[in-house]
Design a protein around this ligand. Structure first.
Ligand code: ZN
Length: 304
C-alpha cells in the first residue's frame, strides 16, 4: 500500500533530477515526480483486495451470512496479501528485478512515521498503545482518562487515515490479548500473540505452536487447553498447573502423540521429552511462563 501511495519504486527513489529533495522521513532520500512502475504492478492487486474486503464486510454484516462464502473471500484476500508482502520483501533484495535496498528502507521509514502519528493521535484520544508492528496497533483504554473523554475507536482510525497515506480501520475488539515475550528480553515478539476476540468462539493465535503444522498433537492439545484455562480463569497459575500436569505426564512416559503428522519431533518436544531431555535440558516451563497478565485490547489495522 505504501509503495503504491508513495509511488515508491527502485526507478524513482534517489533520482538524480531531484537530488536536492529530502522527502523520506529520517533518511533524506528524494523521490521523483515520475510515477514508479511498481504502481502499475501493485495497484490492481491492492484494488482487488480492497473489493474483496468490502465484500467480506458486507457478508459479515448481512442477515444471511454464508460461512463458505466468507471463508473463500478471506482465502482470496489472504492470497493477495501474501503476494504484496512478498513484493515488499523482494524490494530489499538487490538481485531481484525491482530490488533496491533504499526503496525498502523508504517504505519502512514511511511506515514508522505513520505508526508514530497513529500512536500520538490514539493517545490524545484517550487510548494507550499496548503493542504495534508494521501494519497493526493494539490499544487499551488509558486508565487516567475518563470514559466520557475517550474518543470512539470506530471514528478515530478514519480521522487518522485522512492524515496518513494508508487506509486504517478498527479490526477487532478483544476480551483479552497476550503478546509472547521474546526469548532473551521482556519485549513483545513481533509476530507471536494470542487472544480472544469478543463474541467469537475461536481464539486468535499467531506464531505459537498450536498454529504450526509441525506441532505434535500432544503439544497442540496442551497449548489449546492452556488457552481455554486462561480464557475462563484469567489466572496464570491455572495455566501453569495444566502445564505442570502435562510435563509430569511426559516425564512419566504417558503420552504417545509426540510426533507431528509429518513424523518429525518438533523443537518443543525435543526440549521436554525424556528421550531428548539429556541433550536439550528442560526449559519448556520457564519459557512458557507468561511474564505479563493478559490485557484487554483493541486492534486497529492498516494496510501497506
Ligand atoms: Zn527526479
Amino acid at each position: 500500500m505504501l509503495a503504491r501511495s508513495g509511488g515508491l519504486a527502485e526507478d524513482v527513489i534517489r533520482c538524480d533530477c531531484h537530488s536536492d529533495r529530502n522527502v523520506v522521513p529520517g533518511l533524506g532520500y528524494s523521490i521523483c515526480d515520475d510515477r514508479g512502475y511498481l504502481v502499475d504492478v501493485l495497484q490492481p492487486i491492492i484494488d482487488a483486495r480492497g473489493e474483496i474486503k468490502t465484500a467480506i464486510r458486507r457478508e459479515k454484516e448481512g442477515d444471511n451470512r454464508e460461512e463458505d462464502r466468507l471463508a473463500e473471500l478471506e482465502g482470496r484476500s489472504g492470497a493477495l496479501k501474501w503476494i504484496l508482502v512478498a513484493c515488499f520483501g523482494y524490494q530489499g533484495f538487490s538481485n531481484a528485478k525491482f530490488g533496491r535496498i533504499e526503496c525498502h528502507e523508504a517504505i519502512n521509514a514511511f511506515a514508522r512515521e505513520i505508526l508514530l502519528k497513529a500512536k500520538q493521535r490514539l493517545e490524545a484520544g484517550g487510548w494507550r498503545v499496548v503493542h504495534g508492528i508494521v501494519d497493526s496497533i493494539w490499544v487499551t483504554p488509558d486508565p487516567d482518562i475518563d470514559d466520557d473523554a475517550r474518543e470512539n475507536l470506530e471514528a478515530l482510525p478514519t480521522e487518522i487515515a485522512e492524515r496518513v497515506p494508508v487506509r486504517l480501520e478498527h479490526e477487532a475488539h478483544y476480551d483479552w490479548v497476550a503478546f509472547v515475550p521474546q526469548r532473551e528480553s521482556a519485549a513483545g515478539a513481533l509476530t507471536k500473540h494470542f487472544g480472544k476476540v469478543a463474541g467469537e468462539d475461536e481464539f486468535k493465535i499467531r506464531g505459537i505452536e498450536a498454529r504450526q503444522r509441525s506441532t505434535p498433537p500432544f503439544i497442540e492439545n496442551v497449548q489449546r487447553d492452556c488457552l481455554d484455562r486462561l480464557d475462563s480463569t484469567r489466572s496464570p497459575d491455572a495455566v501453569l498447573d495444566r502445564l505442570q500436569e502435562a510435563t509430569n505426564r511426559l516425564h512419566a512416559g504417558q503420552c504417545r502423540s509426540m510426533h507431528s503428522s509429518s513424523g518429525i519431533a518438533c523443537q518443543a518436544t525435543r526440549r521436554i521429552h525424556p528421550e531428548y531431555a539429556e541433550r536439550g535440558g528442560i526449559k519448556a516451563r520457564s519459557r512458557a511462563r507468561p511474564r505479563r497478565p493478559p490485557r484487554t485490547g483493541y486492534r486497529v489495522r492498516g494496510c501497506r
